[in-house]
Design a protein around this ligand. Structure first.
Ligand SMILES: Cc1ncc(COP(=O)(O)O)c(C=O)c1O
Length: 381
């Protein structure tokens, strides 16, 4: 397939980055499940799978193209990609600004782990350009964005914050896991790096743990030899092979996730047993306009607060037939999790999570079945 700037998402996901002539015309690429590449008869450009691997490179080419980036590198988890991205930009005694509702382990990495190297963090609440601006110090090296953010889906003005960052020589990284490259492309808004947990929608089948980092070629070449090769958190070829399979249906899956989620969010927002819904696709979301400006669509992770006795949350979960209880999201299945229940008020305040918050992921089941299920279970409140 020819490469050009105007490739459609579906065409990238199906054929882009694959050279059928090199692999006997096989429509599904082979799995190069090997540690090393020999070179007595000449090198093919590969040496060791911690550095590069032909199967992994197919998935990397597709994701780079989807994100309008020059290059991408796959990691063994989202956290491996994120910590590599953060370490790339920081030095001893650097300062970072991020939202307080950033994904918990990232919060811990920045706020606790990196403090041993003198790294300081400012957590802002609403993620506005003004808040980021007010937080700048002489040693600020990085604005770490996650838009929309975890659990409460605070949307950050990617273009505005990036512009401000450039004026001050500060780098920008965006976690784009929630929106996926189908619905949001931060590199087009000027950011330096995009990261994803591949374990969510990009994998989509709840059978891959992985991460990816996308940036320009110069940055990626540096990362290949430093943060990825030295920390060693590289995706294994079998996971990459599964990921190529997953990417082929990414646009289709996202379309269905969006359609299902919009209906569920609407249903919940009108339900008498629900006091508040957090979902960027609802016009009632406080940053709905900004979301419309920088995203082309919405995925299917949302949260809500039930109206009624929170002691009934366990009974609510037990009564659900279509929702399993568990962490993670972005797979084919509907899931429920309770970040706002059973945690101290102080901790919740720190993480920007309101008490009683229930998070749901809307899967690819029939949407009427999902809504009926929620409706009958909400009766417990
Ligand atoms: C928004 C977000 N970013 C990053 C991660 C980390 O990804 P992984 O679990 O693949 O390390 C997660 C995981 O839940 C997440 O929700």
């Amino acid at each position: 397939m020819e490469e050009n700037d105007e490739m459609k998402v579906e065409d990238i996901c199906t054929h882009y980055g694959e050279d059928y002539s090199r692999v006997l015309g096989a429509v599904v690429p082979p799995l190069f499940m090997n540690t090393l590449f020999t070179r007595k008869k000449g090198s093919y450009g590969y040496s060791y799978t911690r550095i590069n691997n032909p199967t992994t490179e197919i998935a990397e080419r597709k994701i780079a193209e989807l994100e309008y980036g020059e290059a991408a590198k796959l990691f063994s988890s989202g956290m491996a990609a994120i910590t590599a991205a953060i370490m790339y930009w920081l030095e001893k005694d650097s300062h970072v600004v991020t939202v307080n509702s950033v994904y918990g382990p990232v919060r811990e990495f920045l706020g606790t782990y990196l403090s041993r190297f003198g790294v300081e963090v400012t957590f802002v609440k609403n993620g506005t350009v003004e808040e980021f601006g007010n937080a700048i110090k002489p040693n600020t090296k990085l604005f770490y964005l996650e838009s929309p953010s975890s659990n409460v889906f605070v949307i950050q003005d990617i273009e505005g914050i990036t512009k401000l960052a450039k004026q001050h020589g500060i780098a920008t990284v965006v976690d784009n896991t929630w929106a996926t490259p189908v619905f949001q492309n931060p590199l087009r808004m000027g950011v330096d790096m995009v990261v994803h947990s591949v374990s969510k929608y990009l994998g989509g089948h709840s059978d891959i743990v992985g991460g990816v980092l996308i940036a320009n070629s110069e940055i990626i070449n540096n990362i290949i030899h430093n943060e990825r090769a030295l920390f060693g958190g590289v995706m294994d070829p079998f996971q990459s092979w599964l990921l190529i399979r997953s990417l082929r249906t990414l646009p289709l899956r996202m379309k269905q996730h969006q359609e299902n989620a919009m209906k569920v969010a609407q249903f919940l927002s009108e339900h008498p047993k629900v006091s508040k819904v957090f979902y960027p696709g609802l016009a009632s979301h406080p940053q709905y306009k900004l979301g419309r400006k920088q995203m082309k669509g919405y995925s299917s992770l949302m949260s809500f607060i039930p109206r009624g006795n929170l002691e009934n949350v366990r009974a609510f979960i037990q009564r659900l037939r279509f929702f399993e209880e568990g962490p993670s999201w972005g797979g084919f299945e509907s899931l429920i999790n309770t970040p706002g229940v059973g945690v101290s008020e102080e901790k919740l305040r720190e993480m920007g999570i309101p008490p009683g918050l229930i998070r749901i992921h809307i899967g690819l089941e029939n949407v009427d079945s999902i809504i009926e299920d929620l409706d009958q279970a909400l009766e417990v409140f």
